[in-house]
Ligand binder design. Structure first.
Ligand SMILES: [Zn+2]
Ligand SMILES: [Zn+2]
Length: 135
């Protein structure tokens, strides 16, 4: 059975399908990923065999390559949402976990580049967890 994953950007202009399975899932705390997500870490799924198909809005997808690094980010030109990309060496498809609507069945394999994590990124599981805005 072939696994199909579906995803989209926040504004809905871009929709895509990934056919195949993910092999690895990393939460990257490096300074580049923190800057480009505006958050504690990126959450990216990796596959060496899955195939990406843009269903709508491929012309809305752009990719920024950070000079003198291997870091890149694909995103929607309208809403800025992170979108899948093929690694520069074409060795892997990289899919931001938050861009997917289908269930993600694999758990993260590791937090990586934790030496670069934000100074506030400590023991976050001990911070109060609310189901809505604080009152
Ligand atoms: Zn969008
Ligand atoms: Zn990173």
């Amino acid at each position: 059975m072939t696994t199909r994953h579906h995803g989209s950007c926040l504004c809905g202009a871009v929709r895509f399908e990934v056919e195949g399975s993910f092999e690895r899932f990393f939460l990257c705390h490096c300074s580049f990923c923190r800057k480009d997500t505006g958050s504690a870490h990126a959450a990216n799924l990796f596959s060496t065999t899955a195939k990406l198909t843009w269903l709508t809005g491929e012309s809305e997808v752009t990719t920024y390559h950070l000079p003198a690094s291997r870091h890149a980010k694909s995103f929607c030109k309208t809403c800025g949402s992170a979108l899948p990309r093929v690694a520069a060496n074409a060795a892997a498809l990289i899919v931001p976990a938050g861009s997917l609507e289908s269930p993600t069945t694999i758990r993260p394999n590791a937090h990586i580049f934790v030496a670069s994590r934000a100074d506030w990124d400590r023991e976050l599981e001990t911070v109060p967890m609310l189901d809505r805005l604080p009152s």
